[in-house]
Design a protein around this ligand. Structure first.
Ligand code: NAD
Length: 509
């Protein structure tokens, strides 16, 4: 979509045909502060109903998402121009996330009673309590406008936080639907929306207690600085340049199908899209031919409800222009367009593209493209593939394609990325029990990962309580005396090191 500059309103357009499909407010920092204040008023009650009480609302919301999936898909397509199948994943995966967090939150949030670290601690009952940050701010990008809120808003709500969602100014309408659903089911007013540009996002950061951000590395760095200034925690899910490594012993048909989908799903606008392919020299030509055939067969166009097309439009003209620049610069530097390579005649379409004879210095390898291109690099062997895959400022995820299980595991453990899929694409993204987080400039922290995905929205509180009847005074309390101190420190020394051999003070010669 494109955005019309306006002080009060943001106009939303379908990028496939330029039609205006809606508008939202460009909200000021005062409005953001007022919304956070309102959420704060309702949060304690939300926390108090406990994980079981919240589960009821999350499952009601799940029903709403499933009942309204067709409409959600319509809205998604209207503001992104994506293919119907690509849109359809969003409410479906959101329903799965609601199921996971609603079903697991109670167990994950249960107090824990760690074993004391030494014998003296046994006189105390130790408890760690997980209490939510009152208001979590979730800032999302434009590539999955309904699913992105689902990824992070749901675990924060399940933790007991109230949430203010700030969607991208490019695609705010699906987030409007997300909030409408929560309101329609009559859920407590602990989730609200603020719309606007970057300034609105900055105002959110200024007011909330925790920031969950997904977007570009450039914006992520600004947010990290602002959070540091306020001493509030944050988690950043940023850009990527995912490598696929195709080894000579791979099932090349599977690799060529998986990589075509992994690079071109959602018109390549996925943080974990395949953006670089390293192929071992003996299978380079064969793999390239198979991949090109797959890409040639794709149908590109403006979809309706009929699942007619495989690849839709790109979300913005600016994004499409980056793709064109990367292709042009690669060709100027000696790469070859095997298929695709050009923008479409209407809207923001770009032909699914395979680039061959690419080298590591080209911008299509060094910069995030976020579009439907697959640059292919020939490598001598596994070691070179690993070295080149790691030669990036990004470290989000990667895939390895091999017929040898042990080799797949070995290569995975040498890649400097937050996730590796062996002989598959995106499967970590559908595994909520695993952490999804970027290394290097791809992020700080992670989403999901079982309990840690909900505990990140909680402050840990340590509580100690006596296990045995207490005396009027503890040994180390005032007044000090030689006898008491010798006994207390002796016990502490014995507990800390080598037992009774260290009970008494050994004078140094
Ligand atoms: P972006 O950084 O331009 O914008 C993301 C969001 O941040 C938008 O809502 C925007 O309004 C807001 N924003 C902008 N400036 C801000 C500021 N100063 N303070 C607070 N908020 C501000 O990113 P984008 O172009 O919308 O999204 C594409 C990027 O997102 C790509 O780099 C992609 O890799 C990344 N992404 C990462 C993941 C992941 O999980 N790692 C997932 C999807 C997308």
């Amino acid at each position: 979509m494109t955005v019309t500059e306006s002080k009060a309103l943001i106009e939303v357009r379908n990028p496939a045909d330029g039609r205006v499909v809606g508008q939202v407010l460009n909200e000021s920092s005062d409005i953001v502060a007022a919304k956070v204040g309102e959420l704060r008023r309702h949060q304690s009650e939300w926390e108090a109903i406990g994980a079981r009480g919240r589960k009821k609302w999350l499952l009601k919301f799940q029903d709403w998402v499933l009942d309204n999936a067709q409409h959600i898909n319509d809205v998604l397509q209207s503001e992104t121009g994506k293919a119907r199948v690509d849109a359809s994943f969003e409410p479906t995966v959101t329903a799965d996330l609601l199921n996971y967090w609603a079903g697991s939150a109670e167990k994950f949030l249960t107090d824990t009673h760690p074993k004391p670290h030494g014998p003296l601690g046994k006189v105390k009952k130790l408890t760690t309590v997980y209490r939510p940050y009152p208001v979590v701010g979730v800032i999302t990008p434009w590539n999955f406008p309904f699913l992105m809120p689902g990824l992070d808003v749901i675990p924060a709500l399940a933790a007991g936080s109230a949430v203010l969602l700030k969607p991208s100014e490019v695609t705010p309408l699906s987030a409007v639907e997300f909030i409408r659903g929560w309101t329609d089911i009559g859920a407590p007013p602990v989730l609200s929306l603020t719309t606007g540009y970057g300034e609105t996002g900055a105002a959110l950061v200024e007011n909330v207690d925790y920031v969950q951000f997904t977007g570009s590395t450039k914006t992520g760095k600004l947010i990290a600085k602002q959070c540091a200034e306020r001493l509030i925690p944050y988690s950043l899910e940023l850009g990527g340049k995912d490598a696929a490594i195709v080894l000579a012993d791979a099932d090349l048909d599977r690799a060529a199908s998986g990589i075509a989908w992994g690079g071109l799903f959602n018109a390549g606008q996925v943080c974990i899209s395949v953006e670089r392919v390293y192929v071992e020299e003996p299978v380079y030509d064969e793999f390239l031919a198979k991949l090109t055939k797959n890409v040639d067969e794709l149908r590109i166009g403006q979809d309706d409800r009929g699942y007619k097309f495989d690849v839709g439009a790109m979300a913005t003209h600016a994004q499409r222009d980056i793709v064109q620049r990367h292709v042009d610069e690669a060709v100027a530097a000696g790469a070859r367009v095997v298929t695709g390579g050009k923008a479409g005649n209407v809207g923001t379409f770009f032909e699914p593209t395979v680039l061959a004879d690419v080298d590591q210095s080209m911008s299509c390898i060094t910069e995030e493209t976020f579009g439907p291109t697959l640059p292919i690099v020939k490598v001598a062997d596994e070691a070179e593939a690993i070295r080149l895959a790691n030669d990036s400022v990004y470290g989000l995820s990667a895939s390895v394609w091999t017929g040898n299980k042990a080799r797949g595991q070995r290569v995975a453990r040498r890649l400097e990325v937050g996730a590796v899929n062996i002989n598959d694409i995106y499967s970590n993204m559908f595994s909520f029990a695993l952490p999804m987080g970027g290394w290097k400039e791809s992020g700080v922290g992670a989403r999901w990962g079982g309990a840690s995905g909900i505990l990140k929205y909680c402050r840990q509180q340590a509580i100690t309580a006596p296990r045995i009847p207490t005396q009027q005074k503890e040994l180390v309390w005032y007044p000090y005396s030689q006898k008491k101190v010798n006994l207390a420190l002796g016990l502490m020394r014995a507990a800390a090191a080598h037992g009774l051999r260290r009970f008494g003070i050994t004078p140094k010669a």
